[in-house]
Every structure is written in structure tokens, then in C-alpha cells.
Design a protein around this ligand. Sequence first.
Ligand code: ADP
Ligand code: MG
Length: 314
Amino acid sequence: MEDIDAIEQLPGVGPATAEKLIDAGFTDLMSIAVSSPQMLAEMADIGVNSAVKIIAAARKQADIGGFETGDVIMEKRKLVGKVTTGSEALDELMGGGFETQAITELFGEFGSGKTQIGHQIAVNTTKPVEDGGLDATVIFIDTENTFRPERIIQMSEGQGLDPAEVLSKIRVARAFNSHHQMLLAEKAQGVAKEHGVRCLVVDSLTAHFRAEYVGRGALADRQQKLNKHMHDLIRFSDLFNAMVIVTNQVMSKPDAFFGDPTRPIGGHIVGHAATFRIYLRKSKGQKRIARLIDSPNLPEGEAVFSVVEEGVID
Ligand code: ADP
Ligand code: MG
């Protein structure tokens, strides 16, 4: 709310402009301060000249931050937490497990194991640190109605964990459309402050967006909304030293815009926002292959794992 008040009080911003800005996803001074005039003008449907003035005013008030020395960044890196996936091969591919302060994108065709890994990381995040967890609460935003407490119970029992305790540490919200999904991601911050959340799963990140914004004409709008959503998720991972896991289905038929049928939905917007991108594909039976295709500090590579009743294993 303070953020919204601050926007309304910017010089040159009347109530109507404030509403346009907030509607377009500019809900704090920082998001305005770092925007380009063209982008702000287009997204909030205001004149470029007003946008220039509003950005200048926001820059005066927002703390844009400065440069940090490498050793300060290294101190922050030391706080990175890792969660085991349950598969040694997959952990090794990821440099010891999934990381906090990062967005990990799992993309692949239907049945490739995206939701299973989401469940497994949720269970494992609740475990003590010495057992490869973060002893923390998880938020799970479920957009396809595929969250199954039964799977959480099986995966917990598979490791000798108390299923009731694990379930009590996973907070699930069903998102009914993309707008709802975005609101839930914002609301997650409040929950995280209260409950010590270190993991946020959004499964699926893109399904609603894909279903709702159909055709070429809707693409710009879709990408704009996705961009805002991704930035909220990045902020979440930063604020709470949390891992954010998003799932993304590859397109089964060529996309009007991106063409390539094996490309994940959301294109460059999701790709640039993700720290790690893992491409999953089915192999024989329970076997799945994970390919790390983008990482700031790890080599590309592949790992074979399995999905069984007890969860993700080698
Ligand atoms: P998606 O990538 O579409 O999210 P999932 O992660 O839901 O796919 O993977 C579904 C697959 O997980 C199933 O086809 C099955 O191979 C496996 N799976 C799901 N539940 C179980 C279970 N209880 N026991 C063993 N394997 C399971
Ligand atoms: Mg799924």
C-alpha cells in the first residue's frame, strides 16, 4: 500500500494516471524508475512526455541501488540454499540441488515429469538442512489442478517422513486464470513473511496465459503480463532467499510467433528471467532425461532420473 501511495503522490501523476500505471503492473516506484519512457508510455497508455517526467520523479525517490564489490556479492551467494531433488544425477547436474535466489524453469512435453519434480522439491524443502532440505515452508500455485496431496504423502512415506507434518508445511492455492495467478504470486510475499517460505512452485507458469491470450494480436499483451509476473517471482526469490520453480510446456504445434514447435511458451520473456532452464523428456518407462540448457555457472549436461511411487530417484 505504501508503494501505491507513493505512486499517487508522484508529481505529475493524477488519480487517473495512477490507476493506469497500477493497472499496467507498475505497483512500486522502482518498477517505474527502471522503465524506459517508451515502455511506460505504451504499457500504461500515457504520453511519452508524461512518461519521461514520471520516470524522472520516480528515480529521485526510489533507491536505485549502487554497485557492490564482488566480495559483497560473494557473501550473498554464501546464503544460497540447496534442495536435493531425490536423484543424485539430477542434483549433480544442478551443482548440488536446486538453488535459492534463483528461478528454475522446468520445460518439457506433457508427462515429462515437471509436476512430479515440483511435488518432490516441495517435500524436500520441508526436510532438515542436513538431509538436503531447508527446514522451510513451501507455497505451491497450482494452475492445472494437478497438485495431489496423495503424491505428497507417497513421497513423504518413501523417505520415512511424517506425511501430515510435510503436508502442513505446503500451502497450496489454485489459480483459476492468469490474473488470479499473478495476484497469488503477489500475495505469496505476505505469506512468506509470516511463515518462513523458501520455495515457491508455479505449476504451470504459462498454461493460463497460453489459453487466454490467443492469436497474434494478443501476444504483446501476453508477454507484457508474463514479464510483470516473472519480475514478481524474481523479487520473491531475492526478498526471501527462496527458490522459485516454474513449469512450462513445450508447444505441440508451431506457435504463431515463435514458430519452433519445441520451444517453450513465453519465449524470451520467460527464458531471460529464468536462472536455470531444464528441458525434460520422457525415456523408457519411468525414466526421464533432464538437460540443463542455461545456467550462469554450470556446464550444460544431461542427467537420467526416474519417477516412481516414492517420487524422484536415480
Ligand atoms: P508433467 O510434465 O505433464 O507435469 P508429470 O510430472 O505429472 O508430467 O508426470 C506424470 C508422470 O509421472 C506419469 O506419467 C507417471 O509416469 C509418473 N507418476 C505419477 N504418479 C506416479 C505414481 N504414483 N507412481 C509412479 N509414477 C507416477
Ligand atoms: Mg504437470
